[in-house]
Design a protein around this ligand. Structure first.
Ligand SMILES: Cc1cc2nc3c(=O)[nH]c(=O)nc-3n(C[C@H](O)[C@H](O)[C@H](O)COP(=O)(O)O)c2cc1C
Length: 332
């Protein structure tokens, strides 16, 4: 698959979804090492980035955390904004960080899918899906500001009503290099099912690579969403939080029709590696706790374990709780 100037040889191309509060540099590094070709940062504000571009103060979170790229995989930085000037300015800032070697991101992703009122009441995120012209203008400005860095977009099927084809065509005409489609409208938030057939309508409508997203819940779903939609790439989010082996299993399933289940030891190893990278990157502890809670799901005794994890105040305490899990009861 080619995403602008980036050539990716694996087929299918598998992407870790941007997930605010989870997909920090440590998590992205570990998931890239476990089979993801592409990993995305959580969404960041173009306004904050462009303030930094103008030399005005902006929170460290607005720049430092964003540009902190892990190792392995191809990292896309996701930004949101509600107007072309601000988005172009943020993209310009990212471009100069990339070109000066301060940031190892290879791709810039524009968020047109977030349904959170914090964004939509300011006309950003999924609210933009209702205005194809504005989406086109923002993308055109971003692509121009990005130079050689490819720009991708993440969309839903529409805001209230479905206009997936019109939006996808507007994105393509404006120079987008890839499109991820979460098969729900913004109004649906996370209710109902991701409509993979409607993702297929986007695949039919444009020539750029399309990533199918939404409810790819098991490794076997990767093949299913490709069959239903014809998408060339697959993005998964929530399933990966609970199962760090997800992408490796998806590839194994595509090859052999089955996959090696995740063991509790796999999860423990993941947590140990996460904590060590988190310390190296200087990331906040609370994310480790959130991740441990995600890992500790779906078995007898998981509620008790989660209650104990909630009380943990350090990485050592987290892993001590996880390690207590009894031998013999160790299905994930
Ligand atoms: C906790 C959480 C945070 C998310 N944050 C973002 C985000 O920052 N940017 C974005 O485009 N989507 C975000 N999403 C949406 C996911 O990227 C993805 O589109 C959605 O979860 C559907 O895919 P899934 O069914 O594989 O989880 C978030 C989802 C979750 C659950």
């Amino acid at each position: 698959m080619r995403i602008g100037s980036i050539q990716i040889s694996s087929s299918p191309v598998l992407a870790l979804a941007p997930m605010a509060g989870y997909t920090d540099a440590a998590f992205r590094t570990l998931i890239a090492a476990r089979g993801a070709d592409l990993v995305f940062t959580e969404l960041s504000s173009a306004a904050a980035l462009s303030r930094a571009a103008g030399g005005q103060p902006s929170s460290p979170r607005a720049t430092d955390a964003i540009i902190q790229v892990g190792t392995g995989g191809i990292t896309g930085i996701q930004i949101f904004g509600n107007n072309a000037i601000e988005v172009a300015s943020a993209v310009g800032r990212l471009r100069s960080l990339v070109e000066s070697g301060k940031c190892a991101a290879r791709l810039i992703d524009l968020n047109f899918g977030c349904p959170a009122p914090k964004l939509t009441r300011n006309g950003a995120g999924s609210a933009l899906l209702a205005d194809e012209k504005k989406v086109g203008a923002i993308v055109q400005a971003a692509v121009k500001a990005a130079g050689q860095i490819p720009v991708s977009a993440k969309i839903r099927l529409g805001y209230k009503a479905k206009n997936n084809i019109e939006i996808a065509k507007a994105l393509e005409s404006a120079g987008i290099s890839a499109i991820t489609v979460h098969g729900r409208t913004a109004m649906q938030k996370f209710s109902g099912k991701s409509d993979w057939k409607s993702i297929g309508e986007v695949v039919e409508a444009v020539d750029v690579p399309v990533f199918g997203n939404g409810d790819v819940n098991s490794p076997a779903d990767v093949g299913r969403i490709m069959d239903v939609s014809g998408c060339a790439g697959v993005m998964a989010g929530r399933a990966v939080l609970a199962n760090p082996m997800f992408f490796l299993q998806a590839r194994e399933h595509l090859r052999t029709g089955s996959f090696t289940p995740t063991s509790w030891e796999d999860k423990l190893k993941f947590m140990h590696e996460y904590l060590s990278l988190q310390a190296r990157f200087g990331l906040p502890f609370h994310v480790a706790k959130e991740l441990a809670m995600q890992l500790a799901g779906g078995f007898r005794g998981s509620a008790k374990m989660r209650a104990e994890l909630m009380m943990a105040k350090s990485g050592e305490e987290l892993t001590a709780v996880m390690e207590k899990r009894e031998e013999g009861s160790r299905a994930p």
